[in-house]
Each structure stands twice: as C-alpha cells, then as structure tokens.
Design a protein around this ligand. Structure first.
Ligand SMILES: Nc1nc2c(ncn2[C@@H]2O[C@H](COP(=O)(O)OP(=O)(O)OP(=O)(O)O)[C@@H](O)[C@H]2O)c(=O)[nH]1
Ligand SMILES: [K+]
Ligand SMILES: [Mg+2]
Length: 448
C-alpha cells in the first residue's frame, strides 16, 4: 500500500493544531507546533517542536502517543545537543556554555556562560589554533618539499616569533588564576571557631533562614553544612562546621576532622569567637593577631586565604566592656580596596540582635571581590572555566615550550607543533575522544 500523502505545514512557523492520538483518534491537546527542516534546525536534522499545555497528563499522553509510532523513542540526556555538536552546529565550549547557562544561578555565572554559549570563547580558541596551524603548515611544507637549507632555516626562524608570543599569551591565561572556575563553582567561605561561638547562628543569619541546628550545647554541629548565597552577583558557598577542639566523642572528632578539611579548601575563613569569652580570657591581643581560637593554630591557614576575624554575642557585653569600649573592632576595616585586603581587626556582631551583620556582609562581599580579582579580568578568565580546559591549555603550553627548544630541527619542531594543536583542539572538540564527549554531555538533563 502506498503511504498516505501528508501535506506538511510550512517550516519555521507556529501552527495551531489539534494533537490527536494516531491509534485511538482521541484529542490530546490543542497546541502550537513548529516544523524545522534540516539542516536549519537545532540538531541539523528534521525536527518538530510541540508547545503543549503544561499539565503532566497532557505531556505524558502526547509522549506516549509519539512513543507508539515506529522509530520514535525518548531522547537520552543531552542527546539533542550531542547531535547538534556532531552536525557541527556547536563546538564543545559552546556546549559547555549551554550547560552552564541552564545551570546559572548568579549574574556572574550567567554572564560567563554567555561568553561560551554565544561562541566568544570558541572564536578565541579558534584564532589560536589557526596560528598554530599556519606555523605547522609552513614547517611541514619545508619538510615535504624544501630541499634548500637556506629556505628551511628561514621558515624555521620565521615561525618562531609568533609561536613564542602565543606560548606567552596562553601561559598568561593559565597563570592568571582561577577566576573562571571560581565564578562557575563559587567562592568558598568557611565558618570556623570554638564550639558555641555561634557559627550555626551566623550561617542562619546570613542565609536568612533556619538552615542549621542551633543549641546551647557545645558540639552541636558535626557534619559540614553548606549553603549557597549570591553576594554582589557572585556565587558564594558558605560552610558551617563543627567547632574545632580536642574531643573524646568519636562522632564529634569526625566532625572536627571534616571542619579542618573544609577550612583547608576555603578561599575565605570567618574566624568566629564569643566576644565575652575572648574578653574574659584576656587574650584579645592574640585574637587580633589572627588566632583561630580553640585548639587550632594560625599555621592551618595558607597565605592565599583571606581571614575575617569576627566576635559574636556583642549583646552580652556589658556597657564599656570588651572591644567596643576599647575603641577597636567596630566596624572592622571597611577601607577602600586599594588599601589591601580586609584587615584581621575583629568585627563585633550579634546574631541575636543583628548588630554588625550588615557590616559583615559588606566585608565579606569585599573579600569575595578580592579573591576574584586575584583571578584576572573576567573575559580572559572565562576561557578557563573547567579543569579540562586548564589541563588542555597546559599541555599546549608544554608542547610549545618543547618546540622552543628544538625549533631549528624542523621534524622535531613539527611534532611539538602538532601536539600543541591537538591539545587546543581538544578544548573545542575539533579532536575528540569519546571519554571527553561523554563527560561533557552527561551534564545535561533530558530534553536538551
Ligand atoms: N546572646 C547571644 N546568644 C547567641 C548569639 N549567637 C548565638 N547565640 C547562642 O549561642 C549558642 C550556640 O550557638 P550555635 O550557633 O549553636 O553555636 P555553634 O558555634 O554553631 O556551636 P557548635 O556547633 O556546637 O560548635 C546558642 O544557644 C545560640 O542561641 C548572640 O549573638 N547572642
Ligand atoms: K552549639
Ligand atoms: Mg553549630
């Protein structure tokens, strides 16, 4: 039997149609439908988009009707985008940008993802790769055809300056810090200090909700509790930990171990102490010098970490008692940025009354900016948003360094230039391995 002739609606226009189950003839929805004919579609293939009413039963019944047609099946997560990539519609940086765009929770993440998704990053990488290919082509041409020693030397010397410049440029991006990854993954802030300092109370105050358990019993928090905040458009991950102290309790001891691990990976450390306890213990000076309190020592902090020293429970200090009366600690250094990172002079707050919390938020925002500023300018930083980019870039730089050692020996030089080209190509997916592709596409949810 000849197939029934179907008049397809015009492509790339919305059509209001009745969606009918082909088996039962039952009306399923009245909906807008668009047909795309390849290659002018997202995947490059012939596609149809259904704009259904959103009720779960409508969607389920239309999917079931479609699934009953021969040759149709649900897409795997990321399958549409993978097909688009395979059809050459997107490169890997754009694919990753799309995944980041779908996941973007902050303005900074959003802006950075757009640089990838719109191809700005792709163009940078393609430009570099084109320079490598030009150099490689010149060198290979001499290997293949050039008999003349003079020409060989001339070409080798001609290629060298641009490859040197390229190596320096790429090394600059690699050494420029981790801003791209910080924007994507968040700046990590750890709340540490002795038990009962009010760390969980402060986490709740900053989050604006009762996220962590607060109690008058020291040793309440055991697991690390992480919360995401948006500060000045930037993703910040705030971690509340167990109070650091020696303990016989094996569960609390595990909490202390986790607290130390969290402390080690934090970009910013808020050292929280009970103002009255510090004042009573008469070691205010030691605290000003940046002591973590409890059993921990300043030696646990690395140079790159910023610390904010904060004294809590200001409401419990009597009039004239404590740092307030001594003329320091209120508020801590809120000096302009050019005067360096926030100082370690303590900031006095109360989670109970809210005193000092605005100052703390400001100070924290500035510390986050300082951490990001160490990571270079935003557009350059957007080139390296994943560990995979950094790894490929450093392979490329290493190959170019080796090239500079052998540039006059054309065969060896060509080999290193090929290696450098391959490494850059891996970032955009020009040269791909299944493994990289699988990990990139696995980030997607079903339907993209
Ligand atoms: N008066 C007063 N009490 C506070 C303040 N902040 C916290 N507290 C109280 O201090 C006690 C301990 O607070 P938590 O937030 O549980 O302290 P923590 O540092 O998380 O304690 P651990 O998890 O046990 O290490 C609770 O009873 C809080 O209500 C404050 O600013 N003023
Ligand atoms: K507690
Ligand atoms: Mg706690």
């Amino acid at each position: 039997m000849a197939p029934a002739l179907v008049r397809l609606p015009a492509p790339r226009l919305l059509h209001l149609v009745e969606v009918v189950d082909p088996a039962s003839g039952q009306l399923l929805d009245k909906a807008l439908v668009t047909r795309f004919s390849g290659p002018r579609s997202y995947t490059g293939e012939d596609c149809v988009e259904f704009h259904l009413h959103g009720g779960p039963s409508v969607v389920r019944s239309v999917l079931a009707a479609l699934g009953s047609l021969p040759g149709l099946r649900p897409a795997e997560p990321g399958e549409f985008t993978r097909r688009a990539f395979e059809a050459g519609k997107l490169d890997l940086t754009e694919v990753e940008g799309l995944a980041d765009l779908l996941a973007a929770g902050t303005q900074a993440q959003h802006r950075q993802a757009l640089l990838h998704a719109t191809g700005a990053v792709r163009r940078r990488y393609e430009g570099w790769r084109a320079r490598l290919l030009t150099a490689l082509a010149a060198v290979e041409a001499v290997i293949d055809f050039g008999e003349d020693e003079g020409i060989a030397d001339e070409v080798a010397a001609g290629v060298l300056p641009d490859m040197r410049a390229l190596r320096a440029e790429l090394a600059g991006f690699l050494g420029g810090g981790q801003r791209g990854q910080l924007v994507r993954d968040g700046v990590r802030v750890a709340l540490v200090g002795p038990p009962n300092a009010g760390k969980s109370s402060l986490l709740n105050a900053l989050a604006g909700r009762d996220a962590a358990i607060v109690s008058p019993f020291p040793g309440t928090t055991r697991d690390v509790m992480e919360l995401e905040l948006e500060l000045g458009g930037q993703r910040v991950i705030l971690a509340d930990c167990a109070g650091i102290r020696e303990t016989e309790d094996p569960v609390e001891a595990e909490g202390v171990r986790r607290a130390r691990a969290t402390l080690a990976t934090a970009h910013i450390v808020i050292q929280l102490r009970d103002a009255q306890a510090v004042w009573a213990s008469d070691d205010a000076a030691a605290t000003q010098a940046g002591d973590l309190g409890g059993d921990s020592t300043p030696g646990e902090l690395s140079e790159a970490q910023l610390t904010l020293s904060v004294w809590n429970k200001a409401d419990l200090l009597a009039e004239g008692q404590g740092p307030r009366g001594q003329g320091f600690g209120m508020p801590a250094d809120l000096a302009p940025r050019d005067r360096g990172p926030p100082s370690t002079a303590p900031l006095l707050i109360s989670c109970e009354t809210g005193e000092g919390l605005d100052d703390l938020t400001q100070l924290l925002g500035r510390a986050v900016e300082d951490i990001l500023a160490q990571g270079g300018d935003p557009e350059a930083a957007a080139l390296v948003t994943r560990a995979r980019h950094a790894a490929a870039l450093s392979r490329c730089v290493a190959a170019l360094e080796r090239y500079e050692g052998v540039w006059a020996a054309l065969e060896l030089a060509a080999e290193e230039l090929r290696g450098a080209t391959r490494a850059l190509g891996a970032i955009s997916g020009v040269v791909d391995t299944e493994e990289v592709l699988d990990s990139v596409f696995s980030e997607f949810c079903i339907g993209k």
